[in-house]
Ligand binder design. Structure first.
Ligand code: APR
Length: 239
């Protein structure tokens, strides 16, 4: 359980803020049944990301690359957004939160109703040809189709290890965080750059809700080591 005074403090930050922005990672989707990456049951404790989630894998081991992303797409089929995503969407509707910047590719923030969402690592459902960039459907990808225009290999529109982030989305997200007077970081180990530089850009209050400690805890005004859904629900109850 989280101390009620901590919940009250976060609720006060939210009520006092004029421009609250949220930054999320895989930890906000674990309650939906989706593994994160670096917890004990995370993806990268079972699979080497270089072998399945890198440009090298896409170019030199396409079948394994495709099987990994087909597996993740099929896993998402049986999952949906959870109370954490829904509460953040509700807070946007109420004007408490201005936008969500996410590292997640599951689309759950948009599915839950958040409108201003910046997907820094792309979206797993945005399939395109790696050669000519022609857009294709998820069905084409999971059915091992090739590009209908040039015959090239299809890939999800996610940022792979060895790729840069989409510059337009990055700039918009960076500007959002510059404008924020409250940055709420939820469910991320803050291990991956350049996203882990964003909390240092925020000039206002910084809050971290994460199940485990991170190496950046000391830059936050408030660190809550607990489940995102439970914390957000506790804060929401008193708003
Ligand atoms: N509530 C709060 N925190 C949680 C929960 C939860 N229910 N479940 C897990 N966590 C925490 C974990 O303790 C962990 O510290 O969320 C954090 C998730 O960290 P990572 O697994 O490293 O995921 P993330 O930070 O999103 O990774 C960033 O790395 O591999 C790339 O592209 C991938 O976008 C991903 C990026």
């Amino acid at each position: 359980m989280v101390d009620s005074k901590v919940i009250e403090e976060l609720r006060d930050y939210l009520n006092q803020s004029k421009y609250a922005v949220v930054l999320t990672g895989a930890g906000i989707s674990t309650e939906s049944g989706i593994p994160d990456f670096r917890s004990k049951d995370g993806w990268w404790n079972k699979i080497n990301p270089a072998e399945v989630a890198s440009v090298n894998a896409l170019e030199n081991n396409y079948e394994l690359f495709r099987e990994f992303y087909k597996y993740r797409i099929k896993m998402l089929d049986g999952c949906k957004f959870n109370r954490g995503h829904r509460i953040l969407a509700d807070w946007e509707d109420k004007g408490l939160v201005k936008s969500v910047v996410t590292q997640n590719i599951d689309g759950f923030h948009k599915d839950a109703g958040s409108k201003r969402v910046y997907e820094l690592h792309g979206s797993i459902s945005a399939i395109r040809c790696y050669v000519c960039e022609k857009e294709h459907s998820v069905e084409d990808f999971v059915n091992d189709k090739r590009c209908e225009v040039c015959g090239g290999n299809l890939r999800p529109g996610v940022v792979l290890f060895g790729e840069g982030l989409p510059s337009d989305v990055w700039q918009e997200a960076y500007d959002e965080i510059l404008k924020s007077d409250l940055l709420l970081v939820i469910g991320t180990s803050l291990n991956v750059s350049p996203v882990n530089s964003l909390p240092t850009v925020a000039k206002g209050k910084r809050v971290l809700i994460n199940a485990e400690k991170t190496f950046m805890d000391d830059i936050f005004d408030l660190v809550i080591n607990a489940g995102a859904g439970m914390v957000l629900e506790s804060v929401d109850r008193g708003l």
